[in-house]
Design a protein. Structure first.
Length: 180
């Protein structure tokens, strides 16, 4: 008898649940045909604000001073690029490894968001000062080329791990018509 009563109750429960309204018809607001709900605007990533510390400010000054000494134009710091650098530092710290992992994705992001081209990246680890990291980059032909290249903008981030070891990321980009 129990099996029969459960067999009878199951369809009844299904009927009650499937026929109940999810929305009160009195509160439904109709919309003219052919229109869509507006999507909420996403925050503009180019409006990010990045606060530069002493090491980052020092490296920015060193980069621009070096470029000026060669007759090259100075580079404009771009907060969105610096935030991208900071994200990579966090990744390196989490993995306890200085690397360029994910560079293609960072480059694609900067290209998509800023229209950037000619994207290059310098990373460093373990230098106690911005001057040390900058000097290390100048002593490496590939890193020097990034600093002395045709970039118009760059970002810099210096982050420390729990033991105080510093990770550095600088990204150099060319933006044809300036930021968005």
């Amino acid at each position: 008898m129990k099996v029969t009563s459960y067999a009878f109750l199951l369809p009844l429960v299904f009927l009650v649940v499937s026929c109940s309204a999810d929305v009160d018809p009195e509160t439904v607001i109709s919309q003219p045909p052919g229109t869509t709900n507006p999507t909420p605007s996403e925050p503009d990533p180019t409006n990010q604000v990045y606060t530069y510390d002493a090491d980052e400010t020092q490296i920015a000054a060193l980069v621009n001073s070096h470029r000026a000494s060669l007759g090259l134009g100075t580079l404009e710091l771009f907060d969105f690029i610096s935030s991208t650098c900071e994200d990579h530092n966090s990744y390196m710290i989490a993995n306890v490894d200085m690397n360029h992992d994910g560079f293609a994705e960072r480059a694609a992001l900067l290209q998509d968001v800023l229209g950037a081209t000619g994207i290059s990246e310098n990373v460093a680890f373990g230098y106690q000062s911005g001057q040390g990291a900058f000097d290390g980059w100048l002593n490496s032909p590939g890193h020097r080329a990034a600093i002395e290249g045709s970039a118009t903008h760059f970002g810099i981030s210096v982050s420390s791990d729990a033991d105080g070891r510093k990770y550095y990321t600088a990204i150099f980009v060319y933006i044809d018509s300036g930021p968005l």
